[in-house]
Design a protein around this ligand. Structure first.
Ligand SMILES: Cc1cc2nc3c(=O)[nH]c(=O)nc-3n(C[C@H](O)[C@H](O)[C@H](O)COP(=O)(O)O)c2cc1C
Length: 342
């Protein structure tokens, strides 16, 4: 209540990325103090558990925080206090990079949506690894979402993914290979069959060499059913344990926000409510393709307990949220928990 009546209106007075930074800094401060995380936990209330096994790991319930919210792993204990079962940090790249020029993040309140073209702004995989190691979280699984630097060509992309993987491997529970961000020029070209086979084979082999932690690939919502299903089957063939569906869309169909305002925001990935149905459809395609050979992590436009249920019914083992959390606020995990206790 306090979020929607007081905190959100204040945050929404700021440009979207500034509001994100204010909120994330608050979470970062809270994460540093046992007292503050205790207060957060008490304010949000207890989140019931209902263990889920996915990618060979046991999650206390299905809901996690999607990649991009805490790219640099600065607030793990605070996410734990809010009740998330897991957080996917990143996307991290081997070398730190500033991302695209600002402004690069926009709100579409009439649509419950966001558009972003952040471009993998992050402090580098090693810095994130050091923070995860220093964090005192105990009851939270951490995924490490990895990508390539903007200045690395696709020809050398595998080297970047392996470097990022090596930097974070020891301190994460699973790895996520991001080939689906629309904001790094050429990145989605890595979803072609030949590039995908080379990349996923190399990443899976490296993860096995380092000890066998599970690896998932994150796909886009803009591909055809045929392409989605071939990608999902290829991931299984290459030895991956999970498919994350989906990243943001480059589509702009069916928005309530005036077209001129949307056009003024420019290029980027659209997330939130306009993505809900499409991502659930893609989850269904993925599940149909992989059967029981891989876990499916559903993400895209989750705002309500029903959205979580729909994604699970479509075949998702785990569900993640980003944009819905911006609109719903810190009590979201508890509010959505009827999805796994009913
Ligand atoms: C501002 C912003 C930054 C994001 N950054 C990343 C990222 O670095 N890596 C990634 O795999 N996904 C990233 N995403 C995509 C989300 O993880 C998620 O797949 C997408 O937003 C759909 O979920 P949602 O509708 O709940 O937001 C980002 C999304 C937003 C809104």
């Amino acid at each position: 209540m306090m979020y929607s009546s007081l905190i959100r209106p204040l945050l929404f007075k700021l440009p979207a990325e500034d509001a994100h930074n204010v909120a994330l800094n608050g979470m970062k401060l809270a994460a540093r103090s046992g007292l503050a995380t205790g207060l957060l936990r008490a304010a949000v209330g207890a989140v019931p558990s209902a263990p889920v096994t996915a990618m060979g790991l046991t999650f206390k319930h299905p809901l996690g925080l999607a990649a991009g919210m805490d790219k640099n792993a600065v607030a793990l204990r605070a996410w734990e206090a809010l009740g998330f079962s897991h957080v996917e940090i990143g996307t991290v790249t081997p070398r730190p990079q500033p991302g695209n020029p600002k402004p690069r993040m926009f709100r579409l309140p009439e649509d419950g949506a966001l558009i972003n073209r952040m471009g993998f702004n992050n402090g580098g995989a090693e810095a994130a690894a050091a923070r995860i190691k220093a964090s005192k979280h105990r009851d939270l699984l951490v995924g490490g979402n990895i990508g390539r630097n903007k200045t690395t060509t696709n020809e050398h992309a595998v080297d970047d993914y392996l470097a990022a993987l090596n930097a974070i491997y020891s301190c994460v529970d699973y790895l996520a290979v991001n080939v689906s961000s629309p904001n790094t020029p050429g990145l989605r070209d890595l979803q072609s069959e030949a590039s995908m086979r080379e990349l996923l084979t190399a990443v899976a082999r490296e993860a096995r060499r380092l000890g066998g932690k599970p690896v998932a690939v994150k796909i886009d919502p803009d591909s055809t059913r045929d392409h989605v299903q071939r990608t999902a089957s290829l991931a299984v063939e290459c030895g991956l344990q999970g498919i994350i569906a989906t990243n943001t869309t480059v589509g702009r169909a069916g928005l309530q926000t005036p077209q001129s305002a949307v056009e003024a925001m420019g290029a980027g990935g659209l997330s939130g409510a306009p993505l809900t149905r499409r991502s659930t459809e893609v989850i269904g395609w993925v599940r149909e393709a992989v059967g029981t050979d891989a876990s499916v992590i559903g993400v895209g436009g989750v705002r309500s307990a029903q959205d979580v249920i729909d994604k699970r019914n479509a075949g998702a083992d785990l569900v993640q949220v980003y944009s819905g959390f911006v609109y719903a606020g810190p009590a979201m995990v508890r509010e959505l928990s009827p999805a796994w206790t009913a």
